[in-house]
Design a protein around this ligand. Structure first.
Ligand SMILES: *Cc1c(COP(=O)(O)O)cnc(C)c1O
Length: 237
């Protein structure tokens, strides 16, 4: 199947999952995870209806921005971001979804202040408490949001999570429901730089459960672009 056919199929499946959960399909946005796919593939996805692209690596982001690959879509950063690379991301993307430490939050707000902008961000939660994954502990979020006005050049738009790989349908539902609860809790906070409307969770293997639990954005790579070929990655870039 072509990328365009894949996009159509994924959008239809998202809509079907929404209806099955009694939700309006318009509440859920597809973020196409573009890692290891070149500018031409990204353009094809956008032509087929993708409105948000998610990039993982700073190097790929910079290369594809230079090629105007994301024209017609929003670009979000969704990978682990090192503080020494914030300059290459702040002000260049609509949303940084993967803010996984207070140290990084400080660096992003500082860089945004230097640029004279407000950078939209999500806080990433390590919801499965996996040692190999970065992200805040669930219990750290509310205390952090209570002092979020000490980071004046960011706007908090919501939460993101990458739960463990789901082997069976239903495996990650408990994690998604916990995310939803924290999302509802931070939405209730009244702060100048908090404007919460994005709960980013659900990937190719588990997005139906994420949507049932209240996800507003699913990040999907494989089902849009096909399996990633790690052996030729350096050639494709
Ligand atoms: C690659 C990636 C995805 C999409 O994963 P697939 O399993 O290919 O759908 C989603 N989120 C993040 C952060 C990713 O890096």
């Amino acid at each position: 199947m072509s990328i365009a056919e894949n996009v159509g199929k994924v959008l239809a499946e998202i809509a079907e999952s929404a209806r099955a959960a009694g939700r309006d399909p318009g509440e859920i946005t597809l973020c196409a995870a573009t890692k290891m796919n070149d500018a031409q593939a990204v353009r094809e996805a956008i032509r087929a209806g993708v409105r948000v692209c998610g990039e993982n690596r700073v190097q790929e982001l910079t290369a594809k921005l230079a090629e105007n690959a994301y024209e017609g879509a929003e670009i979000h950063f969704i990978g682990h971001l090192q503080t020494n690379k914030v300059k290459q991301v702040v002000g260049k993307v609509n949303l940084i979804q993967s803010v996984d430490s207070e140290h990084l939050l400080t660096a992003i707000s500082g860089e945004a202040r230097r640029q004279g902008i407000i950078q939209d961000i999500l806080l990433e939660i390590n919801i499965g408490q996996e040692a190999a994954k970065s992200g805040f502990g669930a219990e750290e979020i509310l205390p952090l949001v209570d002092k979020i006005d000490s980071f004046p050049n960011i706007r908090l738009r919501g939460l993101m999570a990458i739960p463990p790989i789901a082997r069976n349908p239903g495996d990650n539902l408990k994690f998604f429901l916990k995310m939803r609860q924290i999302y509802v809790d931070i939405r209730a906070k009244k702060k100048d730089n908090v404007s919460v409307d994005c709960l980013s969770m659900g990937m190719s293997g588990d997005f139906a459960d994420a949507i049932a639990a209240g996800s507003t954005m699913v990040r999907i790579g494989t089902a849009v672009f096909g399996a990633r070929d790690y052996t030729t990655a350096h050639q494709k870039m």
